[in-house]
Design a protein around this ligand. Sequence first.
Ligand code: MF3
Ligand code: CO
Ligand code: CO
Length: 311
Amino acid sequence: SFRGGAVIKRNEPCWCGSGKKYKKCHLRADEASGNKSGGQKKKSPYAKSTRDIAGMRRAGAFNGQLMDYVRPFVKVGVSTLELNERIHEYTLRHGHRPAPLGYRGYPKSSCISRNEVVCHGIPSAYEKLEDGDIVNIDVTSIVDGYYGDSSETFLVGNVSDEAKKLVKVTAQCLMRAIEAIGPAVHVIAISEAIQPYAKKHGYSVVREFTGHGIGKQFHEHFSVNHHKGLDCDDVILQPGMTFTIEPMINQGSWRTVIDSEDGWTARTKDGQLSAQFEHTLLITEEGVEVLTLTPAQKRAGKMLIIDGIEL
Ligand code: MF3
Ligand code: CO
Ligand code: CO
């Protein structure tokens, strides 16, 4: 609950949403940073306006719709390029734009990452889905200038119990992180929800790739670590903030290697499997809203649904 324009008094609740009095919370930090007027800073620079939030809701909803659209095409024998073309055409047909295409020179409209590919797999006509694969499809849409970003890992044909378990735990990591957040919660609660849980199951958490603020740009401040104990942005979540959580969980080592030929494809260094799920989130006064829920997820009242896995 922010009062735009007003100066916060010493005994009023802090702008950061901690629930503490301003004098017990950010007053000193604001003074130290040159904000001498006793709390001119009443709202995080990361919090979005009502209008931007409405835009983010539309972008997230479309991205979810796109995910449900591509779902039935994820089958043995389909090439990752065919999936990419479906994604591209569906997005254009609805009057929107696929964000990956041309982003920092990225050549395709989606990222499709099979098995040991951690993220940023480039769709190719030569790469066909095989029985037993796990494959992550990461789609990002630009809807009226706003970005929606989400990904799911799909099971292709008969997947081994070990691979299924990795996918299941990865989905649970994202769901646990979403359940852990809300207004006045520090962003590190996300890595605290994810990393010990992954570790308990014998898995590691990728460190080089993080979640991110999102809005009228693909990647905005701040970064969202999924691995505990790394240097992180000192951000307390507040109503109006929009960002992604997108843990990449590895069977073996957390280390990754970028393909030297294409400059994008990130693989596990040890060649073992990696899985990922991603949603775009909005912090609200009450808690958190999952902006990229798919129509099927909305109908089921679930954050994630995986065919063949009970979550
Ligand atoms: N969608 C990815 C993310 O979740 C980013 C892909 S960047 C691209 O942040 F250029 F590879 F598309
Ligand atoms: Co993202
Ligand atoms: Co993404």
